[in-house]
Design a protein around this ligand. Structure first.
Ligand SMILES: NC(=O)c1ccc[n+]([C@@H]2O[C@H](COP(=O)([O-])OP(=O)(O)OC[C@H]3O[C@@H](n4cnc5c(N)ncnc54)[C@H](O)[C@@H]3O)[C@@H](O)[C@H]2O)c1
Length: 463
């Protein structure tokens, strides 16, 4: 297989983050801590995972970052927008994900990073309002202002490339509409202030128009409409989304494939969460919750395939609840009650109590998406990057395909994409050839036993 030509990751990479709250500050604080040798980038595939190449006996297991030409994490420069002007130090302190003493050594680095004024409209995030916002007559003008910000940021930091990852609040649920159907209708809509275009879509438009890779960490439509896919293909820009897969949904997409693989039935799955950060406050609004709920609900059907297995999964109940409970801050707690059934329909139960930290799980996703999208751009991949489904609750996919939610299939897809890009053999894990006698001889340098037996049998027959 021939390797794809990938431009080298020379120079500095700007990582622009619309929405500089808990996730963004946890990500940037972690990167600063790592630069000072104060912690590892746990949870990041690009930094910590190895990839098997070739046959198992070859022992080739490079780190992903040594195998594919990724940007060096020391070459990353961070920036973004928020409706509050607080520096990343103040935000990290308020978010309380890391204890104050933990971030004290990186105080100066974090204090230097402050958001640019945001494109924001409280009609799309009803529980929020803030002073640090841009004003203009049209959404088109706002998009131009964002593009100016991006160019100025590039100049100021002497950047070679930029990527954008949306880490802003979850906007109210919106259905796809005519304004999203083509670049032409979208651009007309921007000029006419069409209500179908939320702020997140204005950021996505600004990025993709400039050829800047865009990932969406929230469930908003944002980059996931035909107009944006068309624009991405036109400007040769990789895009991906939606909604970082952390916490409870991560656990769901780990466990459900196991039940499905063993053909165990499901009667019901009840999930509830409490969280007390600003994300929780925003999701307390029914409009924003609806967007999140749709994103969280979609995973089980696609993994369990009820239409193929009606007896096992044709009639299960699925409920998802999120409750805003301020004392918890970012330390979310999730409970799952799973009613399953086995042999002769006998019922069983699984209970999960996950005490997680949302932003700790999301931060490595932001890093990996930034690095992989930059890789994709240099490899001249454009449009929807389905191989990054691994990171999302609602993976963006071609309209006529079903999305892949199973974490393990998503992982294999990601790994195989990297292998293909680098001209390595795709792994199917069948492994039958290990037991092929011809191959056995070449592996071990021993005569293949079955062939010997066969020739003995043949000589017996002849005699
Ligand atoms: N933390 C997780 O594990 C996780 C998982 C999946 C998805 N998400 C999503 O990621 C996003 C960020 O999560 P968080 O915990 O950091 O939330 P957060 O509330 O702490 O941060 C979001 C920030 O976005 C800002 N914002 C809102 N609208 C904006 C706009 N138009 N322009 C610029 N800034 C804007 C808010 O002021 C806030 O500071 C949310 O949409 C959340 O649902 C988070």
């Amino acid at each position: 297989m021939n390797a794809t030509t990938i431009q080298p990751a020379q120079g500095r990479l700007g990582v622009l983050l619309p929405g500089m709250g808990a996730v963004t500050s946890t990500f940037i604080a972690g990167m600063a801590m790592h630069r000072q040798g104060l912690g590892d980038m746990v949870g990041s595939l690009t930094q910590m995972q190895t990839l098997r190449l070739g046959k198992r006996y070859e022992g080739r297991r490079p780190l992903i970052k040594d195998f594919v030409p990724l940007a060096d994490t020391n070459d990353l420069v961070f920036g973004g927008w928020d409706i509050f002007p607080d520096s990343m130090y103040e935000t990290a302190l308020n978010a309380g994900v890391f204890p104050a003493a933990t971030i004290e050594p990186v105080r100066d680095a974090l204090s230097e990073i402050s958001p640019m004024p945001a494109v924001f409209d409280p009609n799309y995030v009803r529980r929020l309002d803030g002073p640090h916002v841009k004003r203009a007559a049209t959404k088109w003008d706002l998009a131009r202002m964002l593009m100016d910000d991006i160019e100025a940021f590039k100049q100021a930091h002497n950047l070679d490339r930029v990527v954008m990852v949306w880490c802003g609040s979850t906007e109210v649920y919106q259905e796809e509409a005519v304004v999203h159907s083509s670049v032409e209708t979208l651009e007309q809509g921007l000029k006419a202030n069409d209500p179908g275009i939320p702020p997140s879509m204005i950021y996505a438009y600004a990025a993709v128009k400039l050829g800047i890779p865009y990932a969406n960490g929230a469930p908003n439509l944002s980059g996931d409409v035909p107009a944006m896919v068309e624009l991405a293909n036109e400007t040769k820009t990789p895009i991906s989304g939606k909604d970082f897969k952390t916490g409870q949904t991560l656990m769901k997409t780990v466990l459900a494939p196991g039940l499905h693989a063993r053909m165990l039935g499901l009667q019901g799955w009840y999930s509830t969460n409490i969280l007390g950060n600003r994300d929780g406050e925003v999701l307390d609004d029914p409009g924003s919750f609806e967007a999140k709920e749709k994103s969280k609900m979609s995973v089980l059907d696609s993994i369990l395939e009820p239409s193929l297995y009606p007896a096992l999964y044709g009639d299960y109940a699925h409920k998802v609840r999120i409750d805003y409970y301020p004392p918890r801050g970012d330390a979310k707690e999730g409970w799952d009650n799973i009613d399953i059934f086995g042999w002769m329909g006998m019922p069983m139960q699984i209970k999960i109590n996950f005490l997680c930290r949302d932003s700790i799980l999301a931060a490595p996703i932001v890093l990996d998406l930034a690095l992989f999208l930059d890789l994709a751009k240099r490899a001249e991949l454009s449009g929807i990057q389905e191989w990054l489904s691994f990171y999302f609750k609602s993976p963006q996919h071609r309209a006529d395909l079903t999305p892949q939610h199973d974490l393990f299939k998503q992982h294999l897809k990601l790994e195989n994409t990297l292998r293909v890009l680098m001209g390595e053999e795709v792994l199917d894990h069948a492994g039958l050839d290990y037991y092929d006698d011809e191959k056995g001889r070449s592996i071990k340098g021993e005569p293949p036993r079955r062939l010997e037996r066969k020739s003995e049998t043949e000589s017996e027959a002849r005699s």
